[in-house]
Design a protein around this ligand. Structure first.
Ligand code: GLP
Length: 253
């Protein structure tokens, strides 16, 4: 695992956009995330698109997760969020955005989504945020390390954390569809970004703690090409920071 530390969230977005831009090419398959953390990275990609430096033509986009029961027009559905924050500003035809179907039979929607990913040839690079409890996608602690896209119940902490996007916590759906930890592991590359002091614990656990279902994001330790990009605040709990900085400064050609 490669750990990259930057001073500010804006610098994290720049590093993340540089990495993602390498996968935004005809035939590319990009896994995208929601939540507040990736927004600055998406702004950076959109700005590059606006300057004519980047074209997402011929790229397929796959979301990590979706709320059960919210349709495409619901403002808090991850489909709508990704359309508004990334797909439409990048001028991508929405038929190239794939999101687990929150209105389909939730017991079948996961398997269908797995088939869609396979049919696209797999995800080249999956962007990830991390929840304060170490979740990725909506894989809460104790999720099977080998899970596939499936129906899950949210942790009460996640309901609380995500209530800020809704009018009240009661409106946050309790059930979701999420790529599994096995699905995420099959992506060619994993890029996790985290910013802010409230992510410091989760970052320390996922980078330096044991590989454990208690911290789903720790599966990045098992992946052959995982990169974690964090700002100062999110890096605050890392014990081996000096090594990560040394390794970055002395990267082989
Ligand atoms: C949600 C999403 C995750 C995201 C996490 C953190 O639960 N399902 O994909 O990483 O929240 O969100 P934020 O970036 O807003 O802290």
């Amino acid at each position: 695992m490669e750990v990259v530390i930057r001073h500010t969230a804006a610098e994290v977005a720049e590093v993340a956009a540089d990495i993602l831009a390498g996968y935004i090419r005809p035939g590319g398959v990009l896994g995208v995330a929601t939540g507040s953390t990736p927004i600055a990275t998406y702004h950076e990609l959109i700005a590059r698109h606006g300057r004519g430096e980047l074209s997402a033509e011929g790229v397929e986009f796959f979301a990590l997760d979706e709320y059960v029961g919210l349709d495409h027009d619901h403002p808090q559905s991850y489909y709508r969020t990704l359309r508004d924050e990334l797909i439409d500003p990048l001028e991508v035809d929405p038929e190239h955005l794939h999101v687990p179907d929150g209105t389909a039979d939730p017991h079948k929607a996961g398997g269908i989504y797995e088939e869609q990913i396979l049919a696209a040839g797999g995800i080249d690079c999956q962007l990830l945020g991390v929840g304060v409890n170490g979740h990725i996608g909506f894989n809460e602690p104790t999720s099977s390390l080998n899970s596939v896209t499936r129906l899950k119940t949210l942790h009460p902490q996640t309901v609380k954390d995500n209530a800020r996007f809704f009018d009240s916590a009661e409106e946050v759906p309790r059930h979701v569809l999420t790529q599994g930890l096995g699905t995420i592991q099959r992506a060619g590359r994993l890029l996790l970004i985290a910013t802010g002091a409230n992510k410091a614990d989760a970052v320390a656990k996922l980078v330096e703690g044991p590989l454990s279902a208690a911290c789903p994001a720790s599966i990045l330790q098992w992946h052959p090409h995982a990169t974690v990009v964090v700002d100062e605040e999110a890096a605050a709990g890392l014990a081996n920071r000096e090594y990560y900085e040394f390794a970055e400064a002395n990267k082989p050609e």
